[in-house]
Design a protein around this ligand. Structure first.
Ligand code: HEC
Ligand code: HEC
Ligand code: HEC
Ligand code: HEC
Ligand code: HEC
Ligand code: HEC
Length: 402
């Protein structure tokens, strides 16, 4: 077989060929040393692959570097669907054998993939020389995270105290001003104790102004729901999925880059994993059973929307996530720490404008801005140092209001 293969390629230098073949037969030789980062990278695979048995959503990865060539693995891990569409026979077969569940593509560098492969080869252990260092680093990091969580909790408690106090103060001020107003009016038309007329006018104007301010502030808070955190029909935790299992936000909110809405995943997305993962550490089988039930009955899970802008406002995720390269965390807070989603920003007009005034846009690199010739000239001449969103229309009422 080997002879036939070699004679087919008869006129190629055989020595070179031999090296190429050796390379293909011993792919593991070319897998470079493993770094501590490999363990972190492998978190992205863990939801679907065990290194040993049993098989999860994808095949067990034990012996993978013997089973396949390194080239094949690098290509497959980067973008398995491209290979399946190109008709690679091994990839197509795997896809069929695994119930046609697509493996999500990963934007790793070749070095990172080699790193993961080495980690798998080591049976999922960090190389001995790093183990101790990684341990202390992990402890230090955990301690820091605990500390941060504690400070955050304290800060939130303090904030809600402040807010409660402020609300109480508002209410008291409102009532006192109202009383003053009544007394002044009674005196003006009845008792007439105060003789100087201007005192009445001043007091009436001032109290009306204060009450107007308070009423306006209260009214504009209506409909806004900062810190809104409704209970959801299924106890779905972002902490469990996006942090502990390192599932990428866009795996579930897949339209965030291309469209107005980020999208809420349908039950079929949950089933990619939960046809295998049938119980959780925190809620056992009760919550996942609701997901399986939704799948069997075809009744979608009725998630309660947390973030709501009024109908007269236009907002697009694609503009911010894709063009603006703004991280989800800026507008939604750190969901990776939340078991239940909470709206952390007030989503007011002031909040939108504030960011537009201070955020630089990708002015030089985005061809969308080529039409702003004057700004480009000013940049070149040094008249302005940066272009913020408000300079390219982010302040314009019509951009945000229908
Ligand atoms: C959402 C689940 C999922 C995730 C996450 C995932 N995979 Fe997969 N993987 C699969 C499935 C399913 C297959 C089988 C092929 C197919 O259906 O396309 C597969 C196949 C593979 C194969 C080929 C196995 C063989 O027997 O040849 C390798 C290698 C692999 N995955 C590595 C990885 C690595 C490394 C990661 C993390 C960077 C990863 N996978 C993340 C689901 C996943
Ligand atoms: C495994 C799937 C999955 C992953 C991964 C995931 N989410 Fe979600 N997300 C959901 C589901 C389901 C809901 C609806 C239920 C809820 O609000 O908890 C949701 C709700 C949300 C909401 C609130 C939507 C509303 O109603 O206003 C935001 C914001 C959000 N996700 C952002 C993120 C971010 C940011 C990440 C990455 C750190 C992420 N999600 C990762 C599934 C996921
Ligand atoms: C510039 C701020 C901003 C950024 C960045 C942002 N979001 Fe949002 N997101 C919002 C606002 C505002 C809403 C409410 C939209 C509405 O009610 O029309 C929202 C709503 C959502 C919802 C509810 C469904 C929907 O689309 O209305 C999900 C899910 C969500 N965001 C996920 C994400 C994820 C995931 C990312 C990162 C990839 C992200 N968001 C980045 C501001 C942002
Ligand atoms: C890529 C894989 C994956 C996807 C997609 C996924 N999950 Fe999970 N889910 C997991 C893993 C892994 C666990 C953790 C099991 C454990 O606790 O060991 C989990 C746990 C859970 C739990 C139990 C939490 C606990 O600890 O008790 C619930 C409920 C759940 N998922 C609901 C959902 C819903 C709803 C969706 C779809 C919106 C979804 N999952 C999508 C992998 C996934
Ligand atoms: C964290 C910062 C941030 C927040 C908060 C934010 N934006 Fe933006 N917004 C940007 C940036 C940056 C861009 C420019 C994106 C680009 O490079 O094209 C942008 C662009 C836009 C555009 C497109 C303007 C144009 O030139 O066509 C609209 C519309 C918009 N934002 C609406 C909103 C609304 C509505 C809100 C509040 C609900 C909001 N934004 C909140 C940063 C933000
Ligand atoms: C960057 C986006 C953005 C721009 C630009 C913008 N608005 Fe708004 N506007 C909003 C958002 C978001 C709300 C909803 C605020 C809320 O619910 O409290 C809003 C609400 C309003 C309201 C309702 C009253 C209120 O406070 O809720 C009026 C009136 C309004 N805007 C007028 C304007 C006018 C006039 C301009 C131009 C000078 C303008 N807006 C420009 C985002 C924007």
């Amino acid at each position: 077989m080997m002879i036939r293969f070699l004679s087919l390629l008869g006129n190629i230098n055989r020595v070179v060929m031999l090296f190429v073949l050796m390379g293909a037969l011993l792919p593991s030789m070319r897998v470079k040393a493993q770094t501590p980062e490999a363990e972190k990278l492998f978190q992205e695979c863990k939801a679907c692959h065990n290194i040993n048995e049993p098989k999860l959503i994808g095949p067990s990865l034990a012996g993978i570097t013997q089973r396949r060539t390194t080239e094949w693995l690098v290509k497959f891990i980067n973008n398995s669907q491209a290979m399946i569409q190109a008709g690679d026979p091994i990839a197509v077969k795997l896809f069929e054998e695994n119930n046609r569940i697509p493996m999500p593509s990963h934007n790793f560098t070749e070095a990172q993939i080699l790193d993961i492969l080495k980690y798998i080869e080591n049976g999922g252990k960090v190389a001995a020389e790093y183990a101790v260092a990684a341990d202390t680093a992990a402890n230090a990091k955990q301690a820091m995270l605990d500390q941060m969580a504690k400070t955050q909790a304290e800060r939130e408690a303090r904030l809600s105290d402040l807010e409660r106090d402020a609300n109480r103060n508002f209410r008291t001020t409102f009532i006192i001003t109202l009383l003053i107003l009544i007394i002044v009016l009674v005196d003006l038309f009845g008792t007439k104790i105060i003789k100087a007329r201007f005192v009445h006018s001043v007091l009436i104007i001032v109290s009306l102004f204060i009450m107007g301010e308070i009423a306006y502030k209260e009214a504009s808070m209506l409909g806004r729901q900062q810190y809104y955190q409704p209970d959801q029909p299924v106890w779905f935790s972002h902490k469990v999925h996006a942090s502990q299992n390192q599932i990428d936000c866009k795996y579930c909110h897949s339209t965030a880059e291309q469209s107005k809405s980020a999208g809420i995943p349908g039950t079929h997305v949950c089933m990619n994993c939960h046809n295998v993962v049938k119980s959780g550490k925190l809620t056992g089988t009760t919550e996942i059973a609701k997901v399986l039930d939704s799948w069997q009955t075809g009744k979608p899970i009725e998630w309660i929307k947390v973030h709501n802008l009024p109908d007269h406002v236009f907002f697009s995720h694609a503009q911010h996530v894709n063009a603006g390269k703004i991280d989800c965390i800026e507008c939604h807070g750190d969901l990776k720490t939340m078991d239940v989603v909470m709206q952390v920003k007030d989503l007011s007009m002031g909040w939108c404008l504030d960011c537009h005034r201070k955020t630089e846009v990708q002015f030089a690199s985005n061809s969308f801005y080529n039409t702003y010739e004057k700004l480009h000239e000013q940049m070149k001449s040094g008249a302005i140092k940066k272009v913020t969103e408000d300079m390219v229309g982010g302040d314009n009422c019509m951009k945000c209001h229908y």
